[in-house]
Design a protein. Structure first.
Length: 245
């Protein structure tokens, strides 16, 4: 289960949300060790209207957990939350609270657009609390807000190879995440249903977790909702598959 939610957020920018509505998507996570595929975890993404300091916002949440039967081996309990403005999906406040194999990470980001800065607080099991300030020279997103921002792109005008780049801040570091359009495809779901899908590749350079720069591939529904249907990622110690159900 380790890193699967990060893989999901790196790969998927097409999570359906309409302001004022509440939605929830659920996923099964499979891991490959050798010739064996193991159902090891679950992911959920949810969105709902909220207010923050009296301002209407969209609250986005991502939760990744190992299945109870695998907790003795490696327990995962990851929570990502973002409160962002409707329309622009610029984040106002974002938090990350994760537990992976006994190692905890707690991060928070507060964005002050009147001063063009983000205030960052990071803390880990073996690292003390650190506070920092990042200057916003261009629109900045946390991983959760970026997933919603991308769904508003008009992919009808895209051709194979076109690239979307968004600046995303994770663990106090700014990444310029690239997602490459790979065309239309027909996806066979677990229930044997065939669904028209749009295929993308997430570029993850300089990351030791993945086996290649184009190691993450994602299929989303070819409709107005842009529901993430299936993700596969080749990592240095095997592979991960994530199925929508």
């Amino acid at each position: 289960m380790k890193k699967c939610l990060i893989i999901f957020l790196l790969a998927v920018g097409f999570w359906p949300n309409l302001f004022g509505q509440t939605e929830k998507l659920s996923y099964k996570v499979y891991y490959n060790w050798g010739f064996i595929w193991i159902n090891g975890g679950a992911l959920t993404l949810s969105s709902q209207p909220d207010t923050l300091e009296g301002v209407p916002v969209v609250r986005l949440e991502g939760v990744g957990k190992s299945l109870p039967r695998w907790n003795w081996l490696f327990k995962v309990d990851d929570h990502y939350t973002s409160w962002c403005y409707h329309g622009s999906y610029l984040p106002v406040l974002a938090t990350k609270n994760t537990l992976e194999g006994g190692y905890r990470i707690n991060n928070s980001y507060r964005f002050d657009y009147s001063k063009s800065v983000a205030y960052i607080s990071t803390e880990e099991t073996r690292k003390p609390l650190k506070q920092d300030t990042v200057y916003l020279n261009y629109p900045m997103y946390d991983a959760m807000a970026a997933t919603n921002k991308l769904r508003f792109y008009n992919f009808d005008a895209f051709t194979i190879g076109d690239t979307i780049t968004l600046p995303i801040i994770m663990d106090g570091i700014v990444h310029r995440q690239k997602i490459v359009y790979a065309g239309l495809d027909t996806l066979l779901m677990e229930n044997k249903q065939r669904i028209s899908a749009i295929k993308f590749t997430a570029i993850v350079t300089d990351n030791k977790l993945f086996s290649a720069d184009d190691a993450i591939k994602v299929w989303v529904s070819n409709d107005k909702k842009r529901i993430p249907l299936y993700i596969e990622a080749n990592i240095t110690v095997g592979a991960i598959k994530i199925f929508y159900f």
